[in-house]
Design a protein around this ligand. Structure first.
Ligand SMILES: Nc1ncnc2c1ncn2[C@@H]1O[C@H](COP(=O)(O)OP(=O)(O)OP(=O)(O)O)[C@@H](O)[C@H]1O
Ligand SMILES: [Mg+2]
Length: 521
């Protein structure tokens, strides 16, 4: 990342024009029961990266949807390149070169990568769509991005990180003047993030204005020229990045000081609660064995694509196992499908919330209560509304989920609050082992701490906690013991007190370095 840092320093020096390409003033927008934007002002300059920051539900995505014509504003003015916009639609926004990469992936999973990239702008030759030319053009864009994807691959077959790169390729092919990236890196590998940052720097030098939304504050330091902070639907402040500090940014976002980023409690190591022995499932789970003790959080570290998600899925019975044993509280259990796992008190909080975690069309109440239906309904399957209410209210309170009331559709919540619903719906059940797969992705600083508290709370109650994460500081800060995976195998195990980022990285790239060494020789 050093090179990027240097490049962006140079570009920061050159960027002294201060020409506003976007000026929004007094923007308000409400949804039933929520004032999402309350008199917000916002400006974006030519050739800059503006980081738009705020907690989950602060209104970032809504403001950017207003700027791309998706939501009409209730009041306020929008000026693009000095011209006031009255009827501002998505068509108008496109015409003006405004391109948005949405927070939630927006792909047609049954179409190919090339078809997605050119969706709505298909290349037509003699009246028919020219697949060849689209594939060729898509190949060029993907190669420019250093993305190793065959343009003809069906997007639904790609990993989330690759899908996100296709989404980025799609935005870049549209020749944006104003590019909005709403959490573009939440599912990317560090290599892909580096490629993306290079592209961002290139776009800046061509005068493109970029709005960058992310909860990964460490990224902001690498690319942001200015930051704008929102809280509770209101504009709070805008600063030059160079004139502020992470501490200041966080306290403006949250409205209070956050003292403890990684709260840790120490519990005595208890008995072995869970064990996976010689698990094999497909190419990405090879002879995986690990043990879990009461009073310990087990972190699973590794780079994206190391086989961690595949391991959790195989354990939970989502994907078939070829061989291996699963032992819960000393007894072997058979888990062929997720229902077997749930019945045995095993819980998986999955990585991809939109696909596996949440019924976006159902209400928050229904989502939270669903996995507990057997507990809260009687012999005849009739739900006890009182019990249901208690569970739902407790979940909303425990995780501070921000919503007008529990009858809203899960889809209407902000990204981070949706994630909290996924977590809470499983916690509402009495469980013995909980596996979290990237639970804090897209979640703001304060809510992350809430999730860590929650894991600590489970640990204190003697529930086994497995925690998969790609973010090193979090793995180091939260786990008691860490296992590291690379290419479908466990390559290392460390106690948290002896673990360091570089040690984990050594294990996480074990096969890669071996391969490149043998290549070199
Ligand atoms: N389509 C919608 N219908 C109803 N309410 C909505 C809708 N979209 C957003 N909201 C509400 O508006 C508020 C702002 O949400 P928004 O998605 O803009 O937050 P955000 O800052 O992007 O948060 P996150 O970091 O979690 O993505 C939230 O309270 C949310 O529940
Ligand atoms: Mg958002």
């Amino acid at each position: 990342m050093d090179i990027i840092q240097k490049d962006s320093e140079i570009l920061r020096l050159h960027d002294e024009t201060h020409e506003d390409i976007v000026k929004m003033t007094g923007i308000s927008k409400s949804f039933p029961g929520v004032l999402a934007l309350d008199n917000v002002s916002f400006n974006l300059r030519k050739g800059e990266v503006l980081a738009l920051l705020g907690e989950n539900g602060a209104g970032k995505s809504t403001l950017m949807k207003v700027l791309s014509g998706i939501y009409p504003r209730d009041s306020g003015d929008i000026e693009i390149s000095g011209l006031k916009q009255e009827d501002f639609t998505t068509g108008k926004a496109k015409e003006l070169g405004i391109v948005i990469i949405h927070q939630e992936l927006n792909m047609c999973s049954h179409l190919s990568a090339a078809e997605n990239i050119f969706l709505g702008r298909e290349i037509i030759k003699r009246g028919v769509v020219s697949q060849d030319e689209m594939n060729q053009k898509a190949f060029e864009i993907l190669s420019m991005l250093n993305i190793d994807i065959d343009p003809e691959t069906i997007v639904g077959d790609l990993a989330v990180s690759k899908q996100q790169m296709v989404e980025i390729a799609k935005a870049l092919s549209a020749n944006a003047k104003i590019l909005i990236m709403d959490e573009p890196t939440s599912a990317l590998t560090s290599k892909e993030i580096e490629d993306l940052f290079r592209i961002i720097i290139d776009l800046k030098s061509r005068g493109c204005g970029i709005v960058y939304i992310s909860h990964r504050l460490e990224e902001i330091s690498l690319i942001a020229d200015r930051v704008t902070i929102m809280r509770d639907g209101k504009y709070i402040a805008t600063m030059n990045y160079a004139d502020t500090s992470l501490q200041e940014i966080i306290s403006l976002m949250v409205g209070r000081e956050i003292t403890e980023k990684f709260p840790k409690i120490s519990c005595p190591k208890g008995e072995k609660i869970f064990e996976v022995k010689h698990l094999n499932a497909g190419r990405m789970v090879r002879d995986v064995s690990f043990e879990l003790y009461k009073g310990q959080i087990l972190g699973i570290a590794g780079l994206m694509g190391a086989g961690r998600t595949e391991t959790t899925r195989a354990v939970f019975g989502v994907d078939p196992k070829e061989s291996g044993e699963i032992i819960l509280e000393g007894k072997p259990v058979t888990i062929r499908k997720p229902y077997d796992a749930i019945r045995n008190g095993l819980v998986l909080v999955p990585e991809d919330r939109k696909k596996d975690g949440l019924c976006t069309k159902l209400t928050v109440r229904e989502n939270i209560a669903m996995p507990s239906l057997d507990v809260i309904s009687n012999f005849f399957g009739v739900v006890n509304r009182q019990k249901e209410k208690m569970i739902v209210e407790k979940s909303i309170k425990d995780l501070s989920i921000r919503l007008p009331h529990s009858e809203v559709e899960a889809m209407s919540l902000s990204g981070g609050n949706q994630q909290k619903v996924v977590v809470s719906k499983w916690l509402a059940r009495n469980s013995r082992v909980v596996i979290f797969d990237e639970p804090t992705r897209g979640i703001d600083v304060a809510a992350k701490v809430e999730i860590y508290h929650l894991m600590n709370d489970l640990k204190r109650r003697g529930i086994g906690v497995v925690f998969v994460s790609s973010e090193m500081p979090e793995i180091l800060g939260v786990s008691d013991r860490i296992i590291i995976m690379c290419d479908g195998r466990i390559t290392g195990e460390l106690m948290a007190f002896e673990a360091t980022q570089s040690l984990i990285l050594t294990y996480a790239t074990m096969f890669e370095s071996k391969l490149s060494r043998s290549d070199a020789s």
